[in-house]
Design a binder for this molecule. Structure first.
Ligand code: ATP
Length: 587
């Protein structure tokens, strides 16, 4: 298939924000695909492999800039300058290719097969001379591309396709293209996607209209799938009202999600974002082999850090570096040990458990996991309908340095990748601080020309000292939303609620005159603009010079009314940190 055909689809889809229209456009396109084109399903989402595959294109902006410069005969400096002005490397590539094409004729016709073939070679390249070889592969494509093709090639290379298409649109379009718009069929297709994590495999079956075959798609050990996600409940009472009684209540551990796959002697560990972290956690591999019965299984769990000396559990931030670090594993393993808390089972000895009730699954896992504290244990759990008992359990979870509790419906199945209403998380209320902005980053894409991602600081101990404590971009509105007629009402409502609603444009106007220095996209800003920020938690962090970081910060308002002298100081931050550990509010 010609790459141009796909590019025309990208253009058409990005021309509408309406989901129904997107579905219609995409379903027409899918009908046109032959079974040989199945890998185009990956390109639709800007990828070249199924989601479970670890290989990614992984081209940096810098390399893409070099490629654009070389293929269009432009100076790199010029490409960088244009990037700063336009903010989107894809559009930059389009512009320079257009310019070049006015002088030369392009040589080959690009096909999706050729694009995939070259892109798939990129992650395979390692060692000496890699950059040159990568540039060669990319340039082979770019020199054959017309301007619009170049735009999407570059966006695909840097992993930012920006056509506003999601997996759910692809699922819906498959149903519409080959069956009819029907909730049951959509659900069947979604289940197959959830279990295989492979759009091309599902497309193959759907295209042949073999609905029954879809049901046969099963989980496969070693291929990571997306974890089931929880909704929120504010109070325990609300939890029981939504789930019915009795239900399972578990500790909500403050670590990171770990999906454990075991097939005979081979154990693989995946994070929630499907990263393979087996090498980083050799001790966990050993615990799984030693303390969990069964020849093959997939377990869902949370790994939590603890202090070897005090035996106290630590927060996520303390162990987060273990996820990425590939070297000195043994040292890290000693310094930052983890305990695995298993809370679900998806497959056992070849048999999928997804459709079994949580009650059955939790019983099974408690039978097969041999508890070893500080190594691997099944999650702390009570089964109850009693509010008072649950509150006691919640308090105990917070005292044990965990985040709160999870409430789970005993009858419910496991739905990979879905945020379900049958599993609810409850944690203490959000708090807020007034802080000052001391830095920011120039935005790209939709946010180009605006400052985004703002660095927040609190007062230090010395006069005039400001200490960084986090970065925030959430809670700020895009200009278009705030000025559009439909949202004018909402934004004026919010203005009333929070004092003043913020847009990137407004913030940029206020902050630009205060810029002290610029380095690349990063700017330092004179402390003047004060903002109220809510957050869920404060954690110790080596990433900021205050030694602390806010977790999930969000702007709520500008505090024009406050003098700089009255923003939060480091003592207040530490006090909040201590308080959160003792916070037993239930809303
Ligand atoms: P979300 O996961 O809902 O997108 P989030 O990243 O903020 O939001 P949390 O609010 O921390 O996550 O809540 C869900 C997470 O809690 C799960 O993804 C899992 O990692 C963790 N968790 C800890 N203990 C449990 C448990 N007993 N059962 C299920 N999940 C648990």
């Amino acid at each position: 298939m010609r790459y141009l055909k796909l590019v025309e689809l990208y253009e058409e889809i990005s021309g509408t924000t309406k989901r129904l229209e997107k579905t219609e456009i995409l379903s027409k396109f899918l009908r046109y695909l032959s079974s040989e084109d199945r890998d185009v399903m990956y390109l639709l989402l800007g990828d070249i492999y199924p989601e479970y595959d670890e290989r990614r294109i992984g081209i940096s902006n810098q390399l893409a800039i070099k490629a654009i410069a070389k293929s269009t005969g432009t100076e790199e400096k010029k490409v960088i300058h244009e990037w700063k002005v336009i903010g989107d490397l894809g559009n930059v590539a389009e512009k320079f290719t257009l310019h070049k094409k006015q002088h030369t004729l392009h040589s080959h016709i690009l096909t999706t097969k050729k694009v995939i073939e070259n892109l798939r070679k990129l992650p395979e390249l390692v060692g000496k001379g890699t950059v040159g070889k990568k540039l060669g592969l990319i340039n082979e494509l770019l020199t054959s591309a017309n301007p619009v093709e170049a735009k999407y090639l570059v966006r695909t290379l840097i992993g930012d396709l920006r056509i506003g298409i999601q997996e759910s649109t692809v699922r819906e379009s498959m149903a519409v293209a080959f069956f009819k718009k029907d909730k049951e069929i959509s659900e069947k297709i979604q289940r197959a996607i959830d279990r295989s994590n492979d759009l091309a495999v599902v497309f193959d079956i759907v295209q042949k209209k073999k609905l029954k075959e879809l049901d046969k798609i099963a989980l496969q050990i070693g291929k990571p799938i997306k974890a089931m996600l929880a909704q929120k409940a504010v109070t325990i009472k609300e939890g029981f009202e939504k789930l019915g009684t009795p239900c399972a209540v578990e500790y909500k551990y403050d670590g990171f999600r770990l999906l454990i796959h075991k097939n005979n002697d081979e154990v693989k560990l995946f994070t929630r974002s499907l990263e393979n972290v087996t090498k980083q956690f050799p001790e966990v591999v050993e615990y799984v082999k030693k303390y969990v019965k069964g020849s093959s299984f997939i377990l869902d769990s949370e790994a939590v850090g603890f202090n070897r000396k005090t035996k106290k559990y630590t927060d996520f931030q303390a162990i987060s570096q273990r996820i990425r670090r590939k070297y000195h594993i043994e040292k890290l393993q000693n310094e930052l040990p983890v305990e695995v808390n298993v809370f679900d089972i998806l497959l056992y000895n070849g048999k999928s458990q997804l459709d079994e009730s949580f009650e059955k699954r939790t019983k099974l896992l408690r039978r097969i996991v041999k508890n070893h504290t500080y190594k691997i244990i099944s999650s702390k759990q009570i089964i109850t309908g009693d509010e008072k008992k649950t509150k006691e359990f919640y308090k105990q979870a917070l005292r044990d340095n965990q985040e709160g509790v999870m409430m789970k419906n005993l009858k419910a199945e496991y739905k990979p990748g879905r945020r379900v209403g049958h599993m609810l998380k409850i944690k203490p209320d959000e708090r807020d601080l007034d802080l000052v902005i001391t830095g920011a980053e120039w935005g790209t894409g939709k946010r180009s020309g605006w400052l985004s991602s703002f660095i927040l600081s609190c007062k230090g101990k010395k006069k005039g000292e400001y200490l960084e404590i986090g970065k925030v971009g959430t809670g700020v509105k895009e200009k278009s939303q705030a000025t559009s007629h439909a949202s004018a009402e909402a934004s004026s409502n919010e203005r009333r609620k929070s004092g003043e609603s913020l847009t990137f444009e407004e913030l940029t106007k206020k902050l630009s005159p205060l810029i002290i220095s610029e380095k690349g996209k990063d700017v330092k800003i004179k402390p003047k603009i004060i903002v109220a920020v809510t957050y869920q938690e404060i954690q110790k962090s080596p990433n900021y010079n205050s030694g602390w970081a806010l977790r999930f910060p969000r702007f709520t308002a500008l505090r024009n009314d406050k003098p700089l002298s009255e923003i939060a100081d480091i003592d207040e931050v530490i006090e909040d940190f201590k308080l959160q550990k003792r916070n037993y509010r239930y809303g």
